[in-house]
Design a protein around this ligand. Structure first.
Ligand SMILES: C[S@@+](CC[C@H](N)C(=O)[O-])C[C@H]1O[C@@H](n2cnc3c(N)ncnc32)[C@H](O)[C@@H]1O
Length: 242
């Protein structure tokens, strides 16, 4: 049994992402969410510089690249050698670099990126604010951060049911904590959203297919009925560098 106690993941996770419909659905939803959030702030840009923190095997970064139109530069940072080794071959304008998101590799330039994603990674880190400071440093002014973290309520339930046994989470980050650490890193115009309503999130377990964009549309409708907010499995924060 692999030790996941440091929040860094391994080849079992990569194998799961290729095999398990629910893992594929989740990363595709996160990619779609990141692109939608970015476009809501920067609607008219055709070339993009993107950095994905905690990129795993690069599949989420590749999905973001496809959704954005593939022009630009796409960098993923990942600490796990096993996940980097499990990555598919990537296009010329895409790099998967070994590194710690709390201290980005030297080749990552300051003020360079339009979009920085930290999807399902902050909860794995001993110091998520430090990773957000790094995100702030490498974004250009006006650049957009999109970060996601599981809803602590559902994360506890999933933990008790053994559904996230392969994932060690260092932090429980609720809305208040997410807002606090994103603001502490210097970001402004901070917006919090909930996504992946539980009844929709279980569909892939039942082998029922749902388009990620449609899933996010359902989330938007459900979130209007504030009473059902507890039913969202995931949370997202969007913010800008001034
Ligand atoms: C749950 S996965 C999310 C992958 C991807 N961002 C997505 O949304 O599909 C979290 C990833 O962060 C990586 N990770 C954890 N701590 C890290 C660190 N300090 N630096 C870089 N990557 C890290 C893990 O190894 C894992 O691949």
């Amino acid at each position: 049994m692999t030790d996941h106690s440091d929040g860094v993941m391994d080849r079992e996770y990569a194998a799961g992402r290729r095999r398990a419909p629910h893992l594929q659905f989740r990363y595709r939803v996160r990619a779609q969410l990141a692109v939608d959030a970015f476009r809501s702030r920067v609607p008219r840009q055709s070339t993009h510089r993107v950095i994905e923190l905690g990129a795993a095997d690069g599949l989420t970064l590749l999905a973001i690249r496809e959704l954005l139109g593939s022009q630009g530069e796409f960098d993923g940072i990942e600490l796990s050698d096993e996940l980097l080794a499990a990555a598919p071959s990537v296009p010329a304008n895409t790099r998967l670099l070994k590194g710690d998101v709390m201290k980005l590799p030297a080749e990552i330039k300051d003020g360079h990126y339009d979009l920085c994603t930290a999807l399902a990674v902050l909860e794995h880190l001993p110091d998520p604010t430090q990773a957000l400071r790094e995100a702030f440093r490498v974004l250009r002014p006006g650049g957009v951060l999109v970060a996601t973290a599981p809803n602590p309520l559902w994360d506890d339930i999933a933990g008790k049911l053994g559904m996230v046994a392969a994932e060690h989470h260092e932090q429980e980050l609720d809305e208040k904590a997410l807002r606090r650490i994103v603001a502490a890193a210097g970001f402004v115009n901070i917006e919090f959203r909930r996504f992946m309503w539980a009844p929709v999130g279980v569909l892939p377990y039942l082998k029922l297919k749902l388009d990620p964009a449609r899933s996010l549309e359902i989330d938007r409708w459900v979130s209007k009925l504030k009473l059902l907010n507890f039913g969202f499995v995931n949370q997202c924060i969007v913010a800008s560098k001034p």
